[in-house]
Write a protein that binds this ligand. Structure first.
Ligand code: PEP
Ligand code: MN
Length: 337
């Protein structure tokens, strides 16, 4: 951290800042310019954060130098994190495909989606049992009964299952069934939920908040680490902009940005990003080309009848078609599906 003193700050004011730093066990490196004095602070992130200096007399600006996250950063770990669940991988040279319906509806729907998605090449099965709906009058998910249907479909196909944890009260029941726990966009900064999800030790798909920066996403991931899990998959699912042609705006540039700042795998959800099934294939291929480690796609045996997010869901034939396009492009890029 650097403390920039105001032009004309008195010697006593500079000394007061130094005293405060030294009292907290921090080092101070003073550099006196023609107009301004700058104090470089030496110490750990935690110790520095305990000394507020913005409101101290004579201080103009406090500039952080270290990133506000540590364990998820590339500096902390240079190799890519690779996550493996029941034989399916995310990260490294593997392009993961998480497919399944927005919400779990019936045993037949889940089984058909799971079997056909697996046959087409999906490597993980998704399905929501606790749904974060904008309207309280919309279908809220089947809860535990749905988790059981998802788990049964996962067992039948051998696909590891991914499902959303919406509330700290459900952490046990979700952890009991899920192989991978999803934290949705609306909860990216629900810090208690992040800690609780991390405490399960399970892999966590952390979706980017629709109004969150990449730095904020990485700080949310740092909370999951603090909770107890280092197996985190970052998921870009679109952010809110002025554009109305799509449900959200897919920020593809965050893929290389997040991958340069962090060792964690980055996947893309083109379904929630666009809200339109016709855009899912082009955006999936674009995500692959941009270096994503996988996609999460909503797939439904009959999107017309889906209880949730039908317009953005691929039917099973369209999903199989997407997989046929992904495979050769992934091969050219040196990735396995
Ligand atoms: C979902 O994946 O089902 C979901 C609700 O996604 P998001 O949190 O990105 O809206
Ligand atoms: Mn959905």
């Amino acid at each position: 951290m650097m403390v920039v003193m105001k032009e004309g700050a008195s010697e006593a004011e500079v000394q007061h800042v130094i005293d405060r730093l030294e009292k907290a066990g921090l080092g101070a490196h003073i550099s006196r310019g023609e107009f301004k004095t700058v104090i470089g602070v030496i110490g750990s992130r935690e110790d520095i954060s305990k000394v507020p200096l913005e409101a101290v007399a004579g201080v103009e600006n406090v500039i952080p130098i270290q990133k506000p996250y540590k364990f998820v950063s590339r500096e902390f770990q240079s190799e890519d994190t690779v996550i493996e669940v029941k034989g399916s991988k995310i990260g490294g040279d593997t392009f993961a495909v998480i497919a399944g319906p927005c919400s779990i509806e019936t045993e037949e729907q889940m089984t058909e989606a799971a079997e056909k998605a697996k046959a087409a090449g999906a490597t993980f099965l998704r399905g929501g049992a606790f749904k974060p709906r904008t309207s309280p009058y919309s279908f809220q998910g089947l809860g535990e009964a749905g988790l059981k249907m998802l788990a049964a479909a996962g067992k039948k196909t051998g696909l590891p299952i991914v499902t959303e944890l919406l509330d700290v009260r459900d952490v046990e029941v979700v952890a009991e069934h899920a192989d991978v726990i999803q934290i949705g966009t609306r909860n990216m900064q629900n810090f208690i939920l992040l800690l609780e999800a991390g405490s399960t030790g399970k892999p966590i798909v952390l979706k980017r908040g629709f109004g969150a920066t990449v730095d904020e996403l990485l700080m949310a991931a740092e909370y999951v680490v603090k909770g107890g899990s280092r197996q985190i998959i970052l998921c870009e699912r679109g952010i809110r902009t002025f554009e109305k042609a799509t449900r959200n705006t897919l920020d593809l540039s965050m893929i290389p940005i997040a991958k340069s700042l962090s060792h964690l795998p980055v996947i893309v959800d083109p379904s929630h990003a666009t809200g339109k099934s016709s855009l899912v294939e082009p955006m999936s291929l674009a995500a692959l080309a941009a270096g994503a480690d996988g996609i999460m796609v909503e797939v439904h045996p009959n999107p017309e009848e889906a209880w949730c997010d039908g317009p953005q869901s691929l039917d099973l034939k369209a999903f199989a078609g997407l997989m046929e396009k992904i495979k050769p492009i992934a091969a050219v890029l040196g990735k396995k599906v």
